[in-house]
Design a protein around this ligand. Structure first.
Ligand code: NAG
Ligand code: NAG
Ligand code: NAG
Ligand code: NAG
Ligand code: NAG
Ligand code: NAG
Length: 922
């Protein structure tokens, strides 16, 4: 799994890439695998599974067996949750012992330890403090949009969390574990303390401030979050007490929170710590576990995904973010959110953004909204000064201002956006004394500017053009920034649509990248699991931040949608009872009562693909009080080779009156997941077509007495479409009775996954065909070359994956091997980082004679086009993957990638590439 996490940075860098123009010289000839060398999470059989060994614990049994095999190891962590996960995180002293580890009796599975980057919200606006007691009541509009419908996106406010609060349903008695950066429990809205009787009842710090994902964690009892802030924002979405300056209330503000801190002040976290925190949450009796973290993956197999899924299957509710990597296209949802039974949460934009108004003096004009959550700290009324009289100027204030510019300190300076970074513009006006600056938009979109202590904000184009025209006409226009009462609810143009976080992107002074397209990740998983599951509001959410960071702030991302769902789950437990059965049915309930989300505001456009919206935007009220229940929430039709055209579900009348039901097929847009004519995933926003499956239902109109149910059979036929674009079709079977409107959601692929090319064999990314071997100068090795493996004299394997693979093998083979590669060249190799030697007994795969393995990797995600996640480079060392020295000789490297759904024992199910000759003279 890649540690793309929630950070914007990779996609940001991607916007600057000229493809085919990424220089080979940028490849660092070191391994960039996102796993921790020599560290593994080992799962063992429990005592009950081991005959006659009852005297030893499963852990002792494992260690004893390893010692017997002379394997040197260090135990990093032990896991001992019967029925969930029993095993240990081990670091081996010698990489060659992995084979011995795998063949040790009692070992069920070993998985590498992957790293997750820390969750960076897509947008943050940190603010100075709640100075505005006049903020309108119920600012947290998020409680309302969860009841919109797909025809009038933002009109139906009447049901939802606010209504449940009015009924006294507030999460009381429910325990929620938050696995994140900790919680600033000193925040007054979060109870101002920790311990029994408080809102935050406890927690644990697994890592310590200085932990960064590469050093040794220093655990401690105190999960206080004051250097991060992310976990505090998450905690406020679930649990902020009402009665604060903004009158925000958490979704389940009477729930009891526990803070599991897994991030230090900087850097990432490894999978073993996530597994440990999940198991501790279970042990400490959490009813709900929520994780706003992860890394783009596409597979369901990481340790934390597997453990989170087992916890969900055991009768807890586990909510995990789907990821913010939408810019990278389909098949790319995050782990551990990909865990099969967890609820993977998509994000929908809030309908309003809390912003500030400035009042206009000297001319009659409506207030001007500027993009700040809190008022700019400007107490005097100031005249305006426009740097340019031209409202179309492309590069206003990009150059030092002319010598005859007056002292700008008594003015609100007006500058047009465009051409150069905001810092440059602000630097130029500040050089002439300017203290307050408004930058008007040039059509790029209304967004936040984080200008540090400098007083600046963005205003809309029309407002800026008005001010400049008045200035040109000589009008004495002034602006006032009310310190109280200036708050306004700016209607978010994307409210109620799947989050396109660009609208909220915070343009940091330090980077000044133009951020365009980062948004919610697209599924499904490579093994065709239905991901994401459902959506919740996550764009532009005002919540608590640490008191050291100003106490309140707005953030966007699936990180923010996930706690909304966790809070909603607490309300569900309140209403339906805190039982394992309710927990296991939660996802189906939220999915079947969700509201479908449009792909745009244009009436003719199709509904958003299910690969991005899941079953839609949750409607908490309906989930709790609907009087119809559907037996399943998701129908997975799989690919064409495994097409499950016949699907069944039941409709039950759980109400007290006889109901008439009508069933209807409502297709969503078909996602064109691969760009036509290429092997690459289409980047987001993924193009949609109106091609739709057709569905025949066993009945469309029927009546049910209270308590009765009816099975429904749905027979699907594939839509027409170009299989080479891997079209994922999707939609809903709507079940309506009176005002109630539920649905089951379906998803299928109009192609066979086994046909999908995995290895990138083009020159698209580097301008040279891949895979390839780089020589000791970092250039493509064009002819047979001998290496001494001294200093820089070693080869490096370079490859990209256009699609995920369940198994990637890199082997050394005889240079004279008679084997035709299935793809025309391009490159690879590896250093002994890990290997899962598996016999693959029989089958054509094992007939290919290899000299020895260089790398054997399981469940590898595809690459994207970001600078640090765009490729894999693996330097070749003098050893095989199992640590044995490679004899002098001449070899080739054979790279094989198993196609999705392929049979691992069949050579024909792999794509393969054979390198030029490399000689070992070491
Ligand atoms: C803020 O300004 C906008 C634009 O003039 C206006 O529509 C809105 O009503 C104002 N809000 C308040 C609270 O004054
Ligand atoms: C889709 O089919 C493949 C091949 O049979 C199977 O491995 C996979 O689990 C299926 N996916 C789902 C979600 O059923
Ligand atoms: C089913 O009900 C719908 C809506 O009431 C109606 O338009 C349709 O004609 C009915 N179909 C059948 C087969 O009764
Ligand atoms: C590499 O080394 C082998 C063995 O010494 C030798 O036969 C071969 O000519 C060398 N190849 C090159 C390209 O130097
Ligand atoms: C490592 O792999 C090589 C090549 O396949 C093999 O000869 C050797 O025995 C293996 N070593 C161990 C310790 O398994
Ligand atoms: C391999 O070749 C190198 C360079 O010719 C030589 O120094 C080394 O001794 C050889 N190793 C073995 C085990 O023969």
């Amino acid at each position: 799994m890649k540690s793309f996490a929630w950070t914007l940075i990779p996609s940001l860098l991607a916007t600057g890439l000229v493809l085919g123009g990424v220089p080979l010289s940028s490849v660092q000839r070191v391994s960039n695998l996102q796993t921790v060398p020599n560290k593994f999470i080992v799962e063992v059989d429990t005592v009950a599974d081991i005959h006659g060994k009852r005297s030893l614990s499963p852990h002792e049994n494992l260690y004893e067996n390893l010692r017997k095999r002379a394997v040197g190891f260090e135990v990093n962590k032990e896991f001992n949750a019967q029925d969930l996960f029993v095993g240990a995180a081990l670091t081996l002293n010698d990489e060659k012992d992995v084979a011995a580890l795998l063949s040790t009796p009692g070992v069920k599975a070993i998985r590498p330890v992957t790293k997750f980057k820390r969750p960076e919200p897509v947008f943050t606006q940190s603010v100075s403090g709640p100075k505005d007691p006049a903020v309108p009541v119920d600012t947290q509009s998020t409680h309302k949009i969860t009841s919109m419908d797909d025809r009038s996106l933002i009109t139906m406010y009447l049901q939802g969390v606010d209504k449940l609060h009015a009924l006294g349903i507030t999460g009381k008695g429910i325990k929620i574990g938050i696995i994140d950066t900790g919680i600033d429990y000193t925040h007054p809205a979060l109870g101002g303390g920790i311990g029994k009787g408080k809102k935050v009842i406890g927690g644990y710090d697994f890592v310590g401030d200085n932990y960064d994902g590469t050093n040794t964690p220093v655990p401690g009892p105190d999960p206080l979050d004051q250097c991060g802030g992310h976990g505090t924002h998450v905690a406020g979405i679930i649990g902020a007490n009402p009665g604060n300056a903004f009158d925000i209330s958490g979704v389940a503000y009477d729930a009891s929170l526990t803070a599991y801190r897994v991030f230090g002040c900087k850097g990432s976290v490894t999978d073993d710590i996530i597994v440990e925190s999940l198991l501790r949450g279970v042990k400490e009796g959490q009813d709900i576990l929520t994780l706003s973290l992860g890394g783009s993956d596409g597979w369901t197999e990481s340790s934390s995904s597997v453990v989170a899924s087992r916890i969900a299957a055991s009768g807890k509710i586990v909510t995990i973010a789907a990821g913010n990597a939408g810019a990278s296209g389909s098949w790319y949802t995050s782990s551990p959110g990909n865990g099969i039974d967890v609820i993977s949460v998509a994000s929908v934009d809030n309908t309003v953004i809390p912003l500030q108004n400035a009042t206009v003096g000297g001319v009659a004009h409506a207030p001007i909204t500027y993009f700040q959550t809190f008022p700019l700290p400007v107490t005097e009324t100031l005249p305006i000064y426009a740097i340019s009289k031209d409202v179309t100027i492309p590069d206003d204030a990009c150059n030092p201002l002319p010598a005859d510019t007056p002292d700008l300190s008594p003015y609100v300076v007006i500058v047009r956006r465009g051409s150069c970074p905001f810092t440059q513009k602000l630097g130029n006006v500040a050089a002439k004394g300017a203290k307050v600056t408004l930058i008007y938009d040039n059509g790029n979109g209304f967004a936040a500017i984080s200008a540090g202590n400098y007083k600046a904000a963005l205003i809309q184009a029309t407002d800026g053009e008005f001010l400049v025209s008045q200035f040109n006409a000589g009008a004495k226009v002034t602006l006032t920034f009310p310190q109280q009462g200036g708050s306004t609810q700016y209607p978010n143009p994307d409210g109620g649509l799947i989050s396109k976080f660009s609208r909220f992107v915070c343009i940091e002074l330090s980077t000044f990248q133009s951020l365009t397209d980062s948004f919610l990740s697209y599924g499904p998983s490579n093994d065709f699991q239905f991901k994401p599951s459902v959506g919740a509001p996550g764009g532009g959410i005002l919540s608590t931040v640490p008191t050291t960071q100003g106490s309140w702030g707005v953030k966007s991302g699936t990180s923010m949608a996930t706690p909304f769902l966790a809070g909603s789950a607490a309300l569900l437990f309140n209403v339906k009872g805190k039982t394992a059965a309710v927990a296991k049915g939660a996802r189906t309930l939220f999915e079947t009562t969700a509201q479908r989300v449009a792909s745009s505001r244009t009436d003719a456009d199709p509904l958003q693909t299910v690969t991005q919206q899941g079953a839609g935007l949750i409607n908490v009220y309906d989930a709790l009080f609907a009087t119809t229940s559907l037996s399943v929430g998701q129908l997975v039709l799989n690919d064409t080779a495994h097409f499950k055209s016949i699907q069944t579900f039941t409709v039950k009348n759980t109400g007290k009156t006889i109901e008439k039901y009508t069933l209807k097929h409502v297709p969503a847009g078909t996602a064109v997941t691969v760009t036509p004519g290429t092997i690459f995933p289409a980047k987001g926003p993924v193009p949609l077509t109106k091609a739709a499956a057709s569905v025949t239902l066993s009945t469309t109109n029927f009546t049910l007495l209270p308590g009765l149910s009816l099975p429904i059979v749905a027979k699907f036929s594939l839509p027409k479409g170009d299989a080479s674009t891997y079209p994922v079709y999707s939609g809903f079977i709507e079940v309506s009775s009176g005002p109630e409107n539920l649905h089951v959601t379906y998803l299928g692929l109009g192609a066979s996954l086994k046909d999908k090319q995995v290895l990138d064999n083009t020159d698209y990314y580097f301008g040279v065909p891949l895979p390839t071997i780089l020589d000791n100068t970092g250039e493509v090795q064009a002819k047979p070359t001998n290496y001494t493996f001294k200093d820089q004299d070693f080869p490096t394997v370079l490859y990209r994956l256009a699609f995920g693979t369940p198994q990637l093998r890199v082997d050394l083979v005889d240079s004279n091997i008679q084997l035709a590669g299935t793809i025309n060249p391009r490159g690879l190799l590896s250093h002994p980082f890990f290997t899962f030697p598996r016999p693959n007994k029989g089958g054509s795969f094992s007939k290919v004679k290899i000299v020895g393995p260089l790398a054997e990797l399981d469940y590898i995600p595809r690459h994207d086009e970001s600078a640090d996640e765009g490729y894999t480079s693996i330097p070749v060392s003098t050893n095989f993957a199992n640590g044995t020295r490679i004899p002098n000789g001449t070899y080739r490297v054979l790279v094989r990638a198993l196609k999705v759904t392929g049979d691992a024992t069949r050579q024909e199910d792999y794509e393969s590439w054979l390198s030029p000759i490399i000689g070992f003279q070491a």
